[in-house]
Design a protein around this ligand. Sequence first.
Ligand code: FE2
Ligand code: FE2
Length: 177
Amino acid sequence: MASRNHPTIIELLKADHREVDKLFEEFEQAEGNAKKQMLLASRIGQALTIHAEIEENLFYPAVLPLLDEEGADLTWEAAVEHGTLRGLIAGMNGGDPAQPAIKAHVTVLKEYVQHHVREEEKELFPRVQQLDLDLEAMGAEMLQLKEGLAAAAAEPDTNSRTILIADVSVRDVAAWH
Ligand SMILES: [Fe+2]
Ligand SMILES: [Fe+2]
């Protein structure tokens, strides 16, 4: 019997997207409070990094071989866009950012994330919902992976974070299949 007790991976990914929307909004509302904006910028970077890891390691590889050509193209484009997202996040976190530089990075990142999320939600996710996949089981897997990534990110030893949040390039995506 089909049960609806567990969230699907699509629902969880969308919830992540809304969470990041909220953080961007909080950043804008913290205008004039540099310390709070710095903190929010780092939370945005961490949330997006974990989300990208989940999509690259769990979601994209599962859907890629099952999608038609158009769907596969969308998945590849999303993976490539993650590379750009990482660059913007690194620029936001790197060095000794003066407040205007952080603000500029967050603004560009927000616009880019909005574009990326729109494509995932409007184009990719509806195609994935047509596939023969256990999206609830994938949701459970996602929660487990997310827990591990969040714990590693909170770990003061940055080395363990580097291992888990390894950069996943398009070449890695190609190696999945
Ligand atoms: Fe994504
Ligand atoms: Fe996403």
